[in-house]
Design a protein around this ligand. Sequence first.
Ligand code: CU
Length: 423
Amino acid sequence: MKLKNTLKCLKQGLALSLMVIVTALSISEAAFAHGERNQEPFLRTRTLHWYDMKYTVENDGAVAINDIVTITGKFRMFERWPSQIPEPERMYLNVNSNGSTFVKLESWVNGKPAIQSMIGELGRDYEFKIVLKARWEGRWHVHPMINVLDTGGLAGPGIWINVTGDHNDFKMAGTTLEGDVFENLSTYGMAQVYGWHIFWAVLGLFWLLYWITKPTLMPRWLMVKSGEYENTLITRTDTKVGVVMLVLVVGFVVGGGLYTTSKHPRTIPLQAGVAHINPLPVAPSIKVDVVKGNYYVPGRTVITEVVITNTTDLPIQLGEYTAANIRFIEHSVIDFDEVSQTTPAELLAQSSLKLSDNSPLNPGESRQVTIEASDAAWELERLTSLMNDPDNTLGALLFFYDSAGNRYITELFSGMVPVFDPT
Ligand SMILES: [Cu+2]
């Protein structure tokens, strides 16, 4: 009776867990590609700022299996890195996509191979290049990403790529260290992989079934409790089977290892070293002092009051404001149509960045101005959740241009006080 009840309980528990998993899966489907939106605003605006992004395929464009896609761009490691997360003492250039839909052929940072992790310096810029090969058909959202040790993945601006064809046609040929030529790394050595998995699964299943077919937990516990378990709890056959299993498992682990080493005597282990890559040289920038910052809730507008001082030799104007991969363009300074051709619409504010005065600022002059960055993207990208954060701050990059077309990048860091009432 007791055993029956326990089994019933287990079955009910199992059914409930399955229901929870199925429900969770069906709910999360809509948010599949945009996990990046779930990150806290202080994480997304005060860690990495990506700019000068170029993809060799346009947003929502198509490539075929085996086609090459290159992503290039730059990122700034924000000086005012949030103190809640570890600093980028180790970081790794990666790609964020829906699984291994692409193969990363090359990755470069500042012209050096970025196969290994590297050290990141705050307040500095890095230039990167990633070369990908399409592997699996489908519509994928692909981001460049920096993985920071103990912090996690910080995704850059992503684009949709439609991969056409059949993954069975994917090819990635090469030669091993010993001169073995293989046609496809995706399937190289798969016979051994399947073979070993099946072997251990069968052995494991046999071991499980051997014990499960006997009276399980409760009857055995009762035997122990009553003290009547002599030769019944563990029989002589049990001992024999156990010894055979022990010999088999140890034999196959040691034997398998020895066989593989003799067959492939020259192997290189996965490398754990750190790549030494210096950041880009420090470029001159414009001085910006923040007076105050507000988020105007009904208008979905970030309003920052700043004092700009032109520290260069030519008149300057603000051309762009970017935060959390969203670009706000000053239409009178930058050609908006040109920008919209290379930037996904969801990451580009459609209306112009507004300044209380954006007439050219002469060298040596200072001016107090209000910068208004207004777009539904603040809401859509869930950046408005900053109002609920204990760290109510926002980081951004400001792009100034002088009359000769030179660009100056300045970090903007501000507290954000929400304003609900327009008056
Ligand atoms: Cu995405």
